[in-house]
Design a protein around this ligand. Structure first.
Ligand SMILES: [Zn+2]
Length: 204
């Protein structure tokens, strides 16, 4: 009987070990640059689900995605702005929680089909802030699900259109592509070629 406890103990620990290994190669953006602002919404209840999905606030990305984002941030700094991040890597299990609450494929990627690029640590949700930390007016709040948030909606004040254009053009220069329905979301080049990950954040 004792032997089986030992095997069970080993298996449980091995699972934890392999989970940690799965995301060990990701870059923790906060550790490599002090020039970003972070407001990881799913680590709080201040999100469209009104539910805390992550155990802690972290921005983990594939190393090449993090490098490109640092380059983009340097570019925006020349204009007097800085990137503020709302979401980065999202474990597949968190995607399933979102889908259970809000199963609308226009705004939440189906975790049982093509999954989200956030699950691949190759997508970012972000906006721009000035050096006082004030967000630029992008016309809607983060995770506003409606046509006002769409990239192809030009029925918005000129200043909003200019702010979105600045963000879009800057991000594109560094390999990030917008999606039609969310002004805040950018996928890195070849985003769907990267593997889906499911390890939870190491919050220690
Ligand atoms: Zn997103």
């Amino acid at each position: 009987m004792y032997k089986w406890y030992l095997i069970l103990f080993f298996l449980l620990n091995y699972k934890g070990y392999s989970q940690a290994q799965e995301i060990a190669h990701l870059t923790n953006l906060e550790e490599v640059s002090k020039n970003f602002t972070f407001d990881i919404k799913y680590a709080t209840e201040n999100n469209f689900l009104e539910k805390k999905i992550y155990d802690c606030s972290k921005c983990l990305l594939l190393p090449k995605v993090a490098d490109a984002l640092i380059a983009a941030n340097n570019y925006f700094c020349e204009f007097g702005y800085q990137i503020k991040l709302y979401d980065c890597y999202r474990p597949l299990s968190a995607q399933k929680v979102m889908w259970e609450i809000f199963p609308n494929a226009m705004y939440v990627a189906n975790p049982y089909r093509n999954k989200s690029v956030h699950n691949r640590a190759a997508a970012v949700d972000l906006t721009l802030v000035d050096f006082d930390g004030c967000e630029l007016d992008m016309g809607t709040t983060y995770d506003f699900f409606g046509k006002e948030a769409h990239q192809d909606n030009f029925n918005l004040p000129e200043a909003v259109l200019q702010n979105r254009k600045l963000l879009r053009e800057g991000m594109k220069k560094f390999g990030f592509n917008p999606i039609r329905t969310e002004w805040w979301h950018y996928d890195f080049t070849n985003a769907y070629s990267f593997p889906v990950l499911n390890s939870l954040f190491d919050c220690d």
